[in-house]
Design a protein around this ligand. Structure first.
Ligand SMILES: NC(=O)c1ccc[n+]([C@@H]2O[C@H](COP(=O)([O-])OP(=O)(O)OC[C@H]3O[C@@H](n4cnc5c(N)ncnc54)[C@H](OP(=O)(O)O)[C@@H]3O)[C@@H](O)[C@H]2O)c1
Length: 292
């Protein structure tokens, strides 16, 4: 039986993926803010909760290796003013730092040949950021405390926190694929861009107007717009990536869903920068008191 540990499996794209994984017979452990059937308590805005979840998941697995780790949870705010209990900007903490922590804690428990799927977004790339501000950097110290960022634009700071966190997701995948512990155990990490997928919970912290537009675009009306992904296609592809039904071609680690089809392509230039990659890995480790 395939064992999958997952974040962000309770809503939107991830809930569809979780349903597909269950249908495929996978044993699924989901971390979510509301514990329930098959869902263990996990609040990514609190590093203690991440450590507790990793310990509980390990107990539940009772030595069974993890075949796929799906790090899909994510959120987006209109501002960068929110802080976690640890004083870290919340978008950076939830979308990157806590999932990096979970990855590091569960890495020793991954099976030989395991998959890690991290949900990024095309908005990490200046060429595809659309209405959102493109990320200017992936500097962990500045993203954790954006008030220190000399180029911070207060009007677009929430969007920048989101796109920069999605850049961090791609860089984390790039870094993991270079690590000896991943290579020796043939672990494959993939960064997944589901494409614009309206109708999910991602707009929950925005104004009623934005939420209404997002909901309408996620209705059958939105299907008239071919550049949008459906939740079924976005979640189904995530499940297939986790199950190894979609294999990356040699040298490819970034896959984008376009018109319902997975396309292996290059992430942004900054996402391919080895200095940014190594700095993010090492600085994230230092922030969490982990060895780099
Ligand atoms: N929709 C799009 O257009 C789009 C495009 C590109 C990338 N993405 C990415 O796709 C992923 C899924 O987004 P979605 O659109 O499906 O949105 P969604 O419906 O809001 O799903 C987000 C998931 O993240 C979880 N989550 C949020 N904050 C959390 C926290 N503090 N602790 C634990 N879990 C938390 C949510 O759990 P709760 O049930 O607890 O809220 C939910 O399961 C995100 O990483 C997003 O950035 C989305």
């Amino acid at each position: 039986m395939t064992t999958v540990v997952m974040t962000g499996g309770t809503s939107g794209i991830g809930a569809v993926a979780a349903a597909r994984l269950r249908e495929a017979g996978a044993r699924l452990l989901i971390g979510g803010r509301t514990a329930g059937d098959g869902v263990l308590r996990l609040d990514l805005a609190d590093a203690r909760s991440v450590r507790a979840f990793a310990a509980t998941a390990a107990d539940r697995l009772d030595g069974a290796p993890i075949d796929a780790l799906v790090l899909n949870a994510g959120l987006s705010f209109a501002t960068d003013r929110n802080r976690t209990a640890d004083g870290v900007e919340t978008t950076f903490a939830v979308n990157h730092l806590s999932q990096y922590l979970l990855l590091r804690l569960l890495l020793p428990r991954l099976a030989e040949g395991a998959r890690v799927v991290l949900t990024s977004s095309s908005t990490h790339d200046p060429e595809h950021a659309g209405v959102l501000p493109a990320p200017r950097h992936a500097d962990a110290a500045l993203l954790a405390d954006p008030d220190r960022d000399p180029a911070r634009d207060p009007k677009r700071a929430g969007g920048h926190a989101y796109t920069a966190s999605k850049l961090c997701n791609v860089l984390t995948v790039e870094a993991l694929n270079t690590r000896a512990e991943a290579r020796e155990r043939r672990i494959t990490a993939i960064a997944y861009d589901p494409g614009p997928t309206p109708g999910t919970g991602l707009s929950r912290d925005f104004s009623p107007g934005v939420k209404l537009v997002w909901t309408l675009l996620g209705s059958p009306l939105g299907r008239l717009m071919p550049r949008f992904s459906s939740r079924a296609a976005a979640g189904g592809t995530m499940a297939r990536l986790a199950l190894g039904e979609i294999e990356p071609p040699a040298g490819r680690r970034y896959v984008a869903l376009r018109r319902g089809r997975p396309q292996w392509t290059d992430p942004s230039e900054l996402a391919r920068d080895p200095k940014a990659r190594d700095a993010l890995w090492n600085d994230s480790a230092a922030m969490l008191d982990l060895e780099a």
